[in-house]
Design a protein around this ligand. Structure first.
Ligand code: CAA
Ligand code: FAD
Length: 384
């Protein structure tokens, strides 16, 4: 199936969704994006509006409050939002492709009624808690414990770097129940953020995506009903891996959007800025930069759409998702650096947006599996 031919075309519906996301980004996100970055302000109002438009549960079945769209639609929307504000799109990505997708595909009917509907309609934001201070890439080394107490689990430990950590109402927490079973002893639990025993750490002061809400979360004897476990006892690590495989398509789309946003600004600037009696776009050195940027972006977009298409066709998209993520995030880094260069000194100040996109690009090589982790996943698949 890996070699099944991709045959997809953007439909009228896809183009409409892309346009709606583009309009939203320009009208609702662009005003204030520089100040939100500078003041590390979480885009609460903007996320609320995104939810009202159906962008927080894009792929969820309308029975559970979602928009019932395909993964290609989701990548198109993620690209457009990320062109302008990656602090908004990371929140959107975690909610859509980790939290909602995980609950819809592996949750019970009761869990979906209680938790998925408010998440998919954007009334509540979700967070995905896998990483720990000493378990990032090495994700099976979970130290957070979910002790089996019969009718409930007792949760203890610390999660690190949690996106939406303070703004979320629902946490999906990965924790170890049977240490002797290694990765097969891990569980995924749905935890109410306001449960007694939870402490939210200070917001991280970051290089990029500064508006996004990144916190460590501490659990001390937090009681979680057994009914809040996702899947069978010991399914938690597989749950995390399966969910992250799709999440990586979301982050690849984010990286693609950061790259294409920076490229569009650089293209426009190069046609206006004059040096040595002509537009800088008339200098071949600048033309070749633009040519390379456009080519890298096109390749990244094709990989992202291929992974999304495979997911929609119910094919295995683990390999294509990792390829899309590593390529798009490296493209985002390379393209944003060149976009700053094309802007010269103006690129180095905030008003021109490209310095923010350059700072935002870096995280796409780190979260949801570093570039090195993607290469582990890719090499295992091609050597298998
Ligand atoms: N689907 C289903 N099962 C999978 C799987 C997949 N894609 N990948 C692994 N598994 C299963 C394996 O089959 C294995 O189970 P069995 O023993 O039954 O075969 C089990 O999981 C353990 O897998 P590995 O032995 O491959 O584990 P490993 O220790 O070698 O690690 C890894 C593999 C790919 C490096 C993995 O640990 C990993 O992905 N690490 C990165 C973690 C990560 O991406 N964190 C992101 C946090 S969320 C986030 O970052 C959100 C955000 O920023 C916005
Ligand atoms: P480490 O795993 O310690 O890695 C350090 C370096 O060593 C990296 O370059 C890595 O690639 C490399 N390395 C490690 N192992 C290997 C190996 N086997 N082979 C080759 N190289 C290797 N996590 C969540 O669970 N939920 C979230 O919502 C979330 N949001 C985040 C938001 C932000 C802003 C940040 C910064 C992180 C977020 N994370 C989240 C955590 C993120 O997923 C981890 O930071 C990431 O997986 C890397 O883990 P680490 O930081 O522990 O680095």
């Amino acid at each position: 199936t890996r070699y099944k031919k991709m045959n997809y075309q953007l439909t009228a519906e896809h183009l409409m969704i892309r346009q709606a996301a583009r309009d939203f980004a320009v009208n609702e996100l662009l005003p204030g994006v520089i100040a939100r970055d500078e003041h590390q302000q979480f885009p609460a109002e903007q996320i609320k509006k995104l939810g009202e438009l159906g962008f927080m549960g894009m792929m969820v079945d309308p029975r559970y409050g979602g928009a019932g769209l395909d993964t290609i639609s989701y990548t198109l929307a993620m690209e457009e939002i990320s062109k302008i504000d990656a602090s908004v799109s990371v929140c959107m990505s975690v909610n859509n492709s980790l939290v909602c997708w995980g609950l819809e595909n592996f949750g019970t009917e009761e869990q979906k009624q209680q938790y998925l509907i408010p998440l998919a309609t954007g009334q509540v934001i979700g967070a995905f808690l896998l990483s720990e201070p000493e378990a990032g890439s090495d994700a099976t080394s979970q130290r957070t414990t979910a002790e089996d107490k019969g009718d409930h689990y007792l949760l203890n430990g610390t999660k690190n770097w949690i996106t939406n950590g303070n703004s979320a109402g629902v946490y999906l927490v990965i924790a170890q129940t049977h240490p002797e079973k290694g990765s097969k002893g891990i569980n995924a639990l749905i935890v109410d953020k306001h449960a007694p025993g939870i402490t939210v750490g200070a917001k991280e002061n970051k290089l990029g995506i500064r508006g996004s809400d990144t916190h460590s979360i501490m659990f001390q004897d937090v009681k979680v009903p057994k009914a809040n476990r996702i899947g069978e006892d010991g399914f938690g690590f597989k749950f995390a891996m399966k969910t992250l495989a799709g999440g990586r398509i979301g982050i690849a789309s984010q990286a693609l959007g950061i790259a294409s946003g920076a490229y569009e600004l650089a293209l426009q600037y190069a046609k206006q800025r004059k040096a040595f009696g002509k537009e800088i776009s008339q200098h071949q050195a600048i033309q070749f930069k633009l040519a390379d940027m456009a080519t890298q972006i096109e390749a990244a977009r094709l990989l992202v759409h291929k992974a999304a298409w495979e997911k929609d066709q119910h094919l295995d998209y683990t390999l294509s998702g990792s390829m899309a993520k590593v390529f798009a995030s490296e493209t985002a880094m390379a393209v944003t650096v060149e976009a700053v260069q094309i802007h010269g000194g103006y690129g180095y100040v905030k008003e021109y947006h490209v310095e923010r996109l350059m700072r935002d690009a870096k995280i796409t090589q780190i979260y949801e599996g570093t570039s090195e982790v993607q290469r582990i996943v890719i090499s295992r698949a091609i050597l298998a």
